[in-house]
Design a protein. Sequence first.
Length: 424
Amino acid sequence: MTGTTHPTPSLRSVRALDWLNFFVANVQTGFGPFIASYLASHKWTQGEIGLALSVGTISAMVSQVPGGAAVDALRNKKAAAAWAIIAIILSAVLLASSPTVVPVMAAEVFHGFASCMLVPAMAALALALVGRQNLGDRLGRNARWASIGSAVAAGLMGLCGEYISPRAVFWLTAALALPALVALAMIEYDKHAHAPKPLKSTNNDKSAKAAAALSGEPRETIIDLLRDKRLLTFAGCVVLFHLSNAAMLNLAAGEVTAGMGDNVQLVIAACIIVPQAIVALMSPWVGRTAQHWGRRPVLILGFSALPLRALLFAAVGNPYFLVPVQMLDGISAAVFGVMLPLIAADVAGDKGRYNLCIGLFGLSAGIGATLSTALAGFVADHLGNTVSFLGLASAGAAAVLMVWFVMPETRDASEEETVGDKTA
């Protein structure tokens, strides 16, 4: 990818990417708090639920880096996304088949591996369509459509879970993946638009062929990326973010399921819909603001909502009050969803390692999420939910401090100049 290329995607491809984000978010919504509620309704403990969720995050964590590297190596990003969506369909069918240990654990493994391919593949499609300079705006638009999709799916799944059965949520999840494949097939992009710059040809035919095979300048290795302070610092921020965030709503969902007799599925659906509405409203603003102000001010805003949300969950006794508290999750989700692939583009630069960089950040997220779900479930079983929420709040506060005092600004000079030209 280059900083000077400005692709002009077709309207059909732009709209298809919108709908792809919408339907993929539909599908992923089924793998959130609905799993915790589904398993809790079948007498799984918080510790057992946390272990099951950790299996999925460990699977994703193990495959994040090779998954990102594979997407970088593949010219056909659509194929990577298609296989990931098919694997997620299989995961949903396994969950719907039986809430016993083997199908649940297998579904979590398949979903973890599939997600680590789907996220970078969709980010790569966005980059291929609009180019690096317009990536912030496109990522904001992706997040808006994804949030709308999550809200719609949460409503449908809440109704299915309440009036049909909790199992119906996962049959619906599998069905919603099919239009995602249709939208993916409609996207057209230049597979060579963001390849690394080609090497200069030489008089030696063999050398020229080798250069063509490499299709560009040598890419950065993982070791090269790991020497970048920006990558290491943001990876640490990502670990702390997910350590605080990953278990929060799942823990609250389990508490609501245990404490309410009626309307459980509808309350959980509302806890998803409310933040997604915030994400839909905020995400385009996040993308534009990150291009004008830089990355750090926006990160501080999103991360600051984490400890406040955890403290409110610890203090809230009325299950229905959980819904307005979830508005804070919308702020964090809008910022994190846009900033992770945007900072990955900053760090990767023109070295052709955009998706590998996303994979490294995804590995960091997996570490944080795995620790979060396992530790929060263990603490909740032995010390109570309040203590568990206070621990999540402490991790969120540490994330804010790290962004404020350690995280460098990653927006590069070329983007600052472009933004200045647009506002002049």
